[in-house]
Write a protein that binds this ligand. Structure first.
Ligand SMILES: [Zn+2]
Ligand SMILES: [Zn+2]
Length: 222
């Protein structure tokens, strides 16, 4: 878990963004090398475009922005659908940048994305390798183990070990710069454990599926 008062909730995500602003950090992307004072928030969107949009709305309200890495080969959502087009449009309208969350070894960069790639569930052998025509988000200088933290399965990770939520260090301006990997689904859906959060996600997906069935002219009364 993340430490006292550090829930994986949108409320605490908002607090984390406020902490970063209080600590004097500036939001940054992958178009240039990291500099002192940068907070580069990267989202790998593994499960839900709806969750990404909810989190982007919180960022926009807080005056923050980030890079959204979206999958073209997800088993959970279809970026090539109308929902996918609308999600990309909405994330950009909220101030976000859109990059590619790729399934190794496939890189499907096209004009929907800026030329930035983050591998989904990478193994160390290729995680940091250069990628033709694109910036690998997990290569130096953007990836520096000392300046990278992730929220993997609601466990804060730093240098491959358990870590704390970075909000206090951000508020105090203690970090030179930080590349922060945030998975929106584990913050957006309610729950005190990963199990509860995934149950909430599944309940939301069921509602979404029902809407999609109706939109697809499935007649429940037939
Ligand atoms: Zn925290
Ligand atoms: Zn992923």
């Amino acid at each position: 878990m993340g430490g006292e008062g550090c829930e994986f909730s949108l409320e605490h995500y908002r607090e984390l963004l406020e902490a970063a602003k209080a600590g004097g950090y500036r939001f940054a992307g992958f178009d240039r090398a990291p500099e002192a004072g940068d907070l580069t928030i990267r989202h790998d969107v593994d499960l839900s475009l709806q969750a990404a949009i909810k989190m982007a709305e919180v960022e926009s309200e807080a005056g923050a922005w980030s890079t959204w890495c979206l999958m073209t080969r997800s088993v959970f959502y279809n970026l090539a659908s109308e929902e996918g087009d609308r999600a990309i449009e909405r994330l950009r309208a909220l101030g976000g940048r859109v990059a590619h969350h790729a399934v190794w070894p496939h890189v499907d960069l096209d004009r929907r994305f800026e030329p930035v790639v983050a591998w989904h569930n990478p193994v160390l052998e290729y995680m940091m390798d250069p990628i033709d025509g694109a910036t690998n988000a997990m290569s130096p200088p953007w990836y520096d183990p000392e300046r990278f933290r992730s929220d993997s399965n609601q466990n804060w990770r730093h240098r491959g070990r358990d870590a704390r939520c970075p909000h206090r260090e951000l508020a105090a301006g203690e970090l030179d710069w930080l590349h922060l990997l945030i998975h929106p689904e584990i913050w957006v859906y309610d729950g005190h454990t990963m199990q509860e959060t995934m149950e909430s996600f599944l309940a939301a997906e069921r509602e979404l599926r029902l809407e999609q069935l109706r939109a697809d002219r499935i007649d429940f009364d037939a």
